[in-house]
Structures are given as C-alpha cells and as structure tokens.
Design a protein around this ligand. Structure first.
Ligand SMILES: [Ca+2]
Ligand SMILES: [Ca+2]
Length: 157
C-alpha cells in the first residue's frame, strides 16, 4: 500500500510538479505567469519574461488564447483592461509572434487597429473577450502612459 501511494505521488509530481517555476501555472505544454505589479512597457515586459528564460505569451492556437484569457478573467476580473502579449509588426507591417515569427490570427477589439505608424506592439483586451489592440511599445511621453500588466510564457521542454 505504501509503495502504491509513493508511486502515485511520484507520478503526480512528474506530471504536475516541478516543471513550472514558482508563480507560474501549467497548461498543456507551457507555464504562464501574469504580472500585474509592477506594470511595464512592452520592451521591459519582454525583458522580464526573457530573464526567466521565457517570452511574452504567444497564442499559437485559439485554445491557448482562450485558456489564458479565462484565467485572467477568473483571477483579476475587469481590474485591468490591457495586457501585453508577444505580437509585433516591426518587420513588414504584418503581425507575427516574436518568438517564432508565425502569423498572428488577428481578432481586433472594437475600434482597433488604430494603425498609427508607431503602434508596433500587441495588447490583449481582457475586457473584450481577449481580442487584440495595436499600441505604442514604449511610453509616448515622460509619463507612464504605456505601462500595462503582461503575461509571460515558458515552454516546457
Ligand atoms: Ca504559446
Ligand atoms: Ca491601437
């Protein structure tokens, strides 16, 4: 009996246990962390995720986008409207996920994209079903106008 219990513990820790760092949640093949404090500009948010050997979250599937959006809704409700995610349009104007340069399946929030020439970074609009908004990556003035919460992702190897 003890052996059975021990082997069950071993199996469950192998599946659910050590693969994500503290503060991350596991879903499918990735670990996610939602950072709401302090907020940051896109480059600083990306640098923070990169420092943990990850990147700003990239939604390769609709299921992944839906999972992360639902998690944010359940945990934070409508507290924050915008979250930085890992989409950029720096290269030729088309939106790609910056970690693998695959195309973003665009689903714009109301009034977006505004397509101002300096809006090269992608936000998820948490209060609008996790749809997307283009936005300036950096602060546009000396004020913290462009600091938002963000989501880091680490693929599980
Ligand atoms: Ca992903
Ligand atoms: Ca915009």
């Amino acid at each position: 009996m003890l052996q059975l219990v021990l082997s069950l513990i071993f199996i469950s820790s192998a599946v659910y246990g050590q693969s994500c760092p503290n503060g991350y949640i596991r879903h499918d093949k990735s670990c996610y962390a939602v950072v709401t404090n302090p907020t940051a500009t896109w480059p600083h948010a990306q640098a923070y995720c990169d420092g943990a050997n990850g990147h700003l979250v990239t939604f390769e599937t609709e299921a992944e986008r839906s999972y992360v959006h639902n998690y944010i809704q359940n945990r934070f409700g409508p507290t924050n409207k915008y979250y930085w995610i890992g989409g950029v349009n720096y290269i030729d104007g088309s939106w790609v996920w910056m970690n693998n340069l695959t195309a973003v399946n665009l689903n714009w929030a109301t009034g977006e994209p505004t397509r101002n020439s300096n809006e090269h970074c992608l936000l998820m609009v948490a209060t609008e079903f996790g749809k997307y908004a283009d936005n300036t990556c950096e602060d546009v003035s000396s004020q913290d106008t462009n600091h938002h919460p963000y989501v880091c992702e680490k693929e599980v190897s």
